[in-house]
Design a protein around this ligand. Structure first.
Ligand SMILES: C[S@@+](CC[C@H](N)C(=O)[O-])C[C@H]1O[C@@H](n2cnc3c(N)ncnc32)[C@H](O)[C@@H]1O
Length: 251
């Protein structure tokens, strides 16, 4: 694998982390943590869907600043009915260094306890997979550093929920490609769900072709729409309405 090109922490005029490589922001200007909860957690019917399960597996495309991971970790920790074991798998082509993650995470004091733990065990920026065992091994973060298409083809863990969080599909098409969507489908358990902030036609078509049943939902803050989906036959509307997290949907 070629050596990694780490990301550099740069803020745009609104103070939002911005990628010079992709020309896009890492999260909504309206708020990173709240966006994670609205789009990715509630969009996947979490925390309700992990309740009562021995193990629940989430796969994310684009670890970035790890905000979705930290938001998920905190939600899981605070849920008395949480699954016994949570596995979070994420791929990232341009990882940040630990000190830049720490500097970005300072914007969310409510995440500080879990963020500090992540900074402590952040791996060296070496291509390939890195497994971080947290919360007495009940939470596992598997980070794949490198190109998503190659890394996803090496994953074998069945996945319950997908967080699709590339940059804008116009600027980052390779992370939303039909090939990526087929890789995700090959890992999905029956009834696995997905959520993403993007409703771009190319994304919907690639997901539908990969046998995800997709549907639009109200987006976060100023964004009119987001996308949810379910793998295989079934009714995505009914499934997610039953499971949606009321606070996150409202927030
Ligand atoms: C919007 S950011 C992700 C934000 C992140 N989920 C969070 O919670 O902070 C998109 C990420 O996808 C990564 N990325 C873009 N193309 C990629 C590729 N082909 N393979 C792996 N990662 C990629 C970018 O480097 C960036 O960190």
């Amino acid at each position: 694998m070629p050596p990694l090109e780490p990301a550099r922490l740069i803020l745009d005029a609104n103070g939002t982390p911005f990628s010079e490589v992709y020309g896009d922001v890492y999260h909504s200007v309206a708020g990173g943590h709240a966006q994670s909860r609205h789009v990715f957690l509630a969009g996947n019917g979490l925390p309700a869907r992990w309740r009562g399960k021995k193990r629940f597996v989430i796969l994310e495309t684009g670890f970035g600043l790890g905000l979705n991971f930290l938001a998920t970790w905190l939600e899981w920790l605070n849920d008395p009915l949480r699954c016994a074991e949570l596995q979070f798998v994420s791929v990232e082509k341009h990882p940040f260094r630990a000190d830049e993650l720490a500097s970005a995470h300072a914007a969310w004091p409510e995440l500080s306890s879990v963020a500090a733990e992540l900074h402590r065990c952040w791996p060296a920026l070496v291509p390939g997979f890195h497994r971080l065992e947290l919360v007495e091994r009940r939470l596992t973060l598997t980070l794949g550093f490198g190109e998503a298409a190659q890394l996803l083809s090496r994953i074998e863990t069945p996945v319950d929920a997908f967080y699709l969080d590339g940059f804008s599909p116009a600027r980052n098409p390779e992370l939303w490609s039909p090939e990526i969507c087929r890789s995700l489908a090959s890992l999905a358990v029956p009834g696995a769900t997905l959520a993403t902030w993007s409703v771009a036609g190319q994304v919907r078509r690639a997901l539908t072709a990969a046998k995800f049943d997709v549907d639009k939902r109200p987006g976060y803050a100023g964004k009119r729409q987001m996308l949810v989906g379910r793998f295989g036959p079934g009714d995505v509307h009914r499934h997610l309405e039953v499971d949606a997290h009321p606070n996150a949907v409202d927030g």
